[in-house]
Ligand binder design. Structure first.
Ligand SMILES: [Zn+2]
Length: 333
């Protein structure tokens, strides 16, 4: 009988670094995990192991077989940020290898908020979206979709905190940890100044614009935090960037400029649309289309991203908010 093997895509960079394209059940298709050997091959560091699904575990088994890596050779696991497509398999690999899992305190606090047994996150998000005009059946669908993630991040790891400003050594280099808020508060990027290498998580990605979401109870202007951080990142000399999605790329500063321009254009367009007052939900549907109603995962991103842009403009006084019978409407000033 012929066994059909799933073909996991991998690539090699620098001195034996392995990029594993860990499959995702979303339109994003894959998340990049990077496996970095020690120079003497005494062990490996895994950055962002991926979302826990059967396909992802099968892909990992195949990749590790391909490169002759045993689980117990994994010496540390670094998670750039809390999103489940990066964090989900951290506990699984920790269980297999006994390796420490490093992430920032803030990033970890968010995983607790999302996936604690008594988490109220889905309900809080629903309340926020409903104040911004989203119908109840859609907020319920989003909450139900969020619950699916619980098993995709299980078992949860025991975490060792590392913070921006510190350095962490692996692969024969000292890596500077850089705070990168906006896409995910607490996200850490890893920078190696001598070669100009940067693991840039989801902060700077080629061809996709990182999602910027308003999260209930968190900072109210994530887009501003993101744009300010992009300006800070311009001061790093990067020869090769290793993003969480798509492929490693050169032209880090040019990509940052494109991302900034994207948001400027999006803000201008939204402001023009708000000549006529409307809710965030209505605006989100005009921007991203009504087909998202059947895709609660993408609907959540679209709505939270629309809110991030609205909050940004509201903070700068270029739009105003009205309370129309319990639902917020925005209009250009
Ligand atoms: Zn992310």
């Amino acid at each position: 009988m012929e066994q059909e093997e799933q073909q996991v895509e991998t690539a090699q960079w620098n001195d034996g670094w392995i990029q594993v394209k860990v499959p995702l059940p979303f339109s994003l298709k894959w998340v990049n995990s990077y496996v970095i050997p020690e120079p003497d091959r005494s062990g490996y560091t895994v950055i962002d192991p991926g979302l826990r699904t059967d396909d992802a575990v099968a892909a990992w088994n195949e990749a590790m077989k391909r490169y002759g890596i045993a689980a117990e050779e994994i010496k540390r696991i670094i998670v750039t940020h809390q999103h489940p497509d990066h964090y989900g398999l951290a506990g699984y690999f920790q269980k297999l290898s006994g390796a420490p899992v490093y992430m920032s305190r803030r990033s970890h606090a968010y995983t607790v908020r999302l996936w604690a047994v008594d988490s109220r996150f889905g309900g809080e998000l629903g309340q926020l979206f409903s104040k911004h005009g989203m119908p109840d059946e859609l907020t319920s669908a989003i909450a139900a979709n969020l619950e699916l993630f619980e098993e995709r991040v299980s078992p949860q790891p025991s975490v060792t905190y590392v913070e921006a400003g510190e350095t962490i050594r692996f692969g024969g280099f000292d890596w500077q940890l850089i705070d990168a808020p906006g896409h995910a508060y607490g996200q850490l990027l890893l920078y190696e100044p001598h070669n100009g290498w940067m693991f840039c998580g989801d902060q700077v990605i080629p061809r996709i614009t990182p999602n910027i979401s308003v999260v209930p109870g968190e900072e109210t202007d994530p887009l501003n935090d993101f744009l300010m951080n992009l300006d800070q990142l311009l001061s790093y000399e990067v020869s090769l960037a290793f993003p969480g999605h798509r492929d490693p790329f050169t032209g880090f500063t040019a990509r940052i400029e494109e991302l900034k321009q994207h948001h400027t254009r999006r803000l201008d367009r939204m402001k023009r649309m708000l000549e006529e007052p409307m809710s965030a939900f209505e605006l989100s549907e005009r921007l991203f289309g009504i087909n998202l109603r059947s895709n609660p995962h993408n609907l959540r991103f679209a709505m939270a991203e629309t809110l991030a842009h609205l909050y940004y403009m509201e903070h700068r006084g270029s739009i105003e908010r009205l309370d129309e019978a319990g639902v917020y409407l925005f209009h250009a000033v």
